[in-house]
Design a protein around this ligand. Structure first.
Ligand SMILES: [Fe+2]
Ligand SMILES: [Fe+2]
Length: 297
């Protein structure tokens, strides 16, 4: 009988995530630097989709648990949603170009399977920035002006992180960042979309980006494909991908919280400054406490 595959990754020098193909996952905390247990040394064996997905998701959970304050859940509002769409635009606009840059690097390194994966991703992500622009326009906002004049502060470090990862000499970390972003998006379901529709004017469809980046759109499939791809990589690469998933998750949690914690009047003032004109927020319709949503986009 073949033993189930076990994978492990030391994510931050003190905690290793251990996952089995059959579904078990746990954390191993080292007590001392001279710990010589198996899980304190890098894994070298093959991966499997079952263990890879658990390693990756545990890395996201661990990264999110490292923020000082619990993720904020403000009541949905048009101003907050517009800000989220501007953030969505900025995290999407350079994605195809960045992924192709990483693909060219792997081509030079003689890794055609990684090149093919990144090229496919670049194709699939093309045009997603335009979905965010269309949503902003549908809501009656000057989309191009807003995104040209403003990048939310909490989103800037994420854009820089992805730029840097894709420009790296060995850009495998870009896979970890992408997985993190897409996995979080794929958690969104019908009720998240319904909550946004509820604050939009009747007859306005401003959920193109959100739908596409949810469990109902292409994101769920992208996540599945990435898990299969990561499982097929050599152990060294899988370690780097999981470590970056952890770091990206911590950065995303911090950045999203920074945005979600901003008072609404400050958000409106920032948007009006970026637009260079007063904006109509009369469409704002506060929702009941029980209907609060996750980040809109
Ligand atoms: Fe996308
Ligand atoms: Fe995607």
């Amino acid at each position: 009988m073949t033993r189930p595959i076990t994978e492990w990754v030391d994510v931050d020098g003190s905690v290793s995530i251990i996952a089995q193909e059959s579904g078990e996952v746990w954390f191993y905390k080292r007590d001392s630097a001279d710990d010589d247990s198996l899980f304190a040394t890098p894994m070298t064996g093959p991966g499997s989709p079952g263990s890879a997905v658990r390693l990756l998701d545990a890395a996201i959970n661990l990264g999110f648990s490292r923020i000082e304050r619990q993720l904020a859940t403000p009541a949905p509002s048009i101003a907050g949603y517009v800000m989220a769409l501007i953030g969505a635009y900025h995290t999407s606009v350079d994605t195809p170009r960045n992924l192709l840059r990483a693909a060219r690097r792997f081509e030079k390194l003689g890794r055609p399977e990684v090149t093919a994966y990144l090229e496919e991703r670049a194709r699939e992500e093309t045009g997603h920035d335009r979905l965010a622009l269309k949503d902003l326009k549908a809501l009656g906002f000057p989309a191009e002006r807003l995104v040209a004049n403003y990048i939310p502060d909490g989103i800037k470090p994420l854009c820089k992180r992805f730029d840097d990862l894709c420009a790296d000499d060995y850009p495998i970390g870009s896979v970890g960042y992408s997985y993190c972003l897409e996995r979080i998006a794929a958690l969104k379901q019908e009720n998240d979309i319904a909550m946004v529709k509820a604050i939009c004017p009747d007859g306005v469809d401003a959920t193109r980006f959100l739908r596409s980046h949810s469990g109902l759109g292409s994101e769920a499939m992208h996540v599945e494909e990435t898990i299969t791809f990561v499982a097929s990589l050599p152990a060294d690469d899988r370690i780097k991908v999981v470590q970056e998933t952890y770091r990206s998750a911590a950065l995303m949690a911090e950045g999203y919280n920074q945005e979600l914690l901003r008072p609404e009047n400050e958000v409106i003032a920032t948007l009006e400054q970026a637009a260079g004109e007063p904006l109509v927020f009369a469409l704002r319709r506060p929702m009941a406490e029980t209907e609060r949503a996750r980040p809109a986009a």
